[in-house]
Design a protein around this ligand. Structure first.
Ligand SMILES: [Zn+2]
Length: 510
């Protein structure tokens, strides 16, 4: 069987502050071997360090201003109601498309923002956002049923959200089961479907850190607590697949271990919309007061909560829930919106980890109120006021920067990005929902850990000698892999190839 020339394993939210000590404690011996034989560094994520924009930047080498993917949700012209980001949202070519068009056979498993599954030269299994196995979730379409037949089932990560944050061992064991299924799928497809480029993604590494950040970061490897032992069993299982899958890379090739963002503790959160209300920029409809608790869904956590409520029905009517999940996730957000747009000058409807502000601009938004000649002044005013926000407990500055979108992004898709981006200091998070009543909130019980911009990169294999890891960014992987396959980087992208030698590039024979 032909071995892939490039093999990528991704741990969503992987962070060295956890993985390094876990490896050194003997729980992840294959990771330790990789660290010792290869090179590793942090991998800088996108702003915001969030799964959809970060994996899209990985797949395209481009910033969100070019990809159009900034959040779990995206703006739609002519409405205040954003829709869920999908593979169709991506406005530039993906790595799989470019490789496919150049005769490289690709195999991609579970990478986010690949639903609906795009056509490729090879195969693709779409990511965690796929709502159901009843819909086509693979390319070619028949691969999905083959996977289910071979493995008995194929996991839908969304179903774990109903128990995210619960401390029971069963939940942790279910994450181990998902990890095994995805790992087994990878090993089976590596055996049966020859590829030149192969990538498998593990989403469970993100889910476990959201729910069990404090437990994992305690690094208490000797705990007798069953949940703690299940956590370390999860990492043992992950490491076994890391070892077994990594072995399949061609002896002439390159192996990459990557994450889309890192993880860290949550100190406190702040509601952008409550801040906008308190400063008179946003008004709610008077008669909507009592309905606010079920309000607009605008963050991942809220999406999770919604799924949570639905999933409680799971044991009773499993099939019904599957349909509900699909409805709720693919047709997202509540049916009503409590914002009185006729009276509001700014609002925050998308944004997770980082905050956002959208000016309610006359002629752009459906019920715009701010004339164009007042927009820049209003932005300045909001930026100046936000700058001084401090943590109410310790007095530390909450934000590291507030940026106009054009200051940090560029590209033809800037209209998909909110006007102002609010970047918090480490440990602080912004939320854009409308159900909160208070400006500051303690860590969400379902998410004691959250994303940071420092992800992971480790490389190994013959070709990795020609790669240099000097402050790599997530956008750098795309041109690096193109170069490895003898293809030139594309002019419009933002990433820079990590290759140091022209000899790295060698034509593949397909
Ligand atoms: Zn992620």
């Amino acid at each position: 069987m032909k071995s892939p020339k490039v093999l990528v394993i991704s741990f969503d939210g992987g962070v060295w502050s956890n993985l390094m000590p876990i490896a050194k404690a003997g729980i992840m011996p294959n990771l330790l071997k990789l660290l010792e034989s290869g090179k590793h560094s942090n991998l800088e994520s996108t702003i915001p360090p969030l799964t959809p924009p970060a994996w899209t930047a990985f797949m395209t080498g481009c910033n969100p201003g070019k990809t159009g993917v900034f959040d779990f949700y995206e703006f739609q012209e002519g409405t205040y109601k954003p829709t869920l980001t999908t593979n169709k949202s991506i406005q530039v070519d993906t790595l799989w498309k470019v490789l496919s068009e150049n005769g490289v056979r690709v195999g991609v498993i579970d990478v986010p923002i690949n639903y609906p599954p795009p056509e490729v030269n090879g195969f693709i299994v779409s990511g965690w956002e796929r709502p159901s196995n009843k819909k086509v979730f693979t390319h070619p379409p028949e691969l999905g049923q083959k996977l289910i037949d071979h493995l008995g089932d194929y996991p839908i990560c969304l179903r774990t959200f109903d128990r995210q944050g619960t401390k029971d061992v069963d939940f942790l064991n279910s994450l181990i089961e998902i990890t095994k299924k995805v790992g087994d799928a990878a090993l089976w497809l590596l055996e049966t479907e020859p590829t030149d480029f192969f990538m498998v993604h593990f989403q469970t590494t993100d889910i476990i850190q959201h729910g069990f950040w404090n437990e994992i970061a305690s690094l208490d490897f000797n705990s007798q607590d069953p949940a703690m032992q299940a956590i370390w069993n999860f990492y043992r299982c992950l490491d076994q697949y890391l070892g077994a899958i990594k072995e399949k890379v061609s002896s002439e090739g390159a192996f990459f271990l990557v994450s889309d963002h890192g993880f860290g503790p949550v100190k406190r959160r702040m509601s952008t919309n409550v801040w906008l209300q308190e400063h008179g920029y946003l008004k709610l409809k008077q008669d909507m007061g009592t309905q606010l608790t079920t309000s607009v869904k605008s963050t991942a956590i809220k999406m999770i909560n919604k799924v949570d409520a639905l999933a409680k029905l799971k044991n009773r009517i499993k099939r019904k829930v599957e349909e509900d999940l699909e409805q709720r996730v693919i047709v997202p957000r509540a049916n009503f919106d409590p914002i009185d747009y006729d009276e509001s000058r700014a609002f925050s409807s998308i944004g997770t980890v980082c905050g956002t502000v959208q000016i309610n601009q006359l002629g752009r938004e459906p019920n715009g109120t701010v004339p164009q000649n007042e927009v820049e002044n209003l932005k300045n005013e909001i930026i100046e006021k936000l700058k001084n926000i401090r943590d109410p407990i310790n007095g530390d500055l909450f934000l590291s920067g507030i940026y106009r979108k054009e200051e940090i992004f560029n590209g033809q898709a800037l209209n998909k990005i909110p006007d102002l981006i609010i970047v918090p200091n480490p440990g602080y998070y912004l939320i854009s929902g409308l159900s909160e009543k208070q400006l500051f909130l303690e860590p969400h019980p379902l998410s004691t850990g959250n994303h940071i911009k420092e992800g992971i990169l480790a490389i190994d294999g013959h070709l990795s000698n020609s790669l240099s890891l000097s402050n790599p960014k997530i956008t750098d992987i795309f041109p690096t892999i193109l170069n490895i396959f003898g293809l030139k980087s594309l002019k419009y992208i933002d990433g820079t190839s990590l290759t140091t030698s022209k000899n790295t590039a060698c034509k593949i024979s397909t």
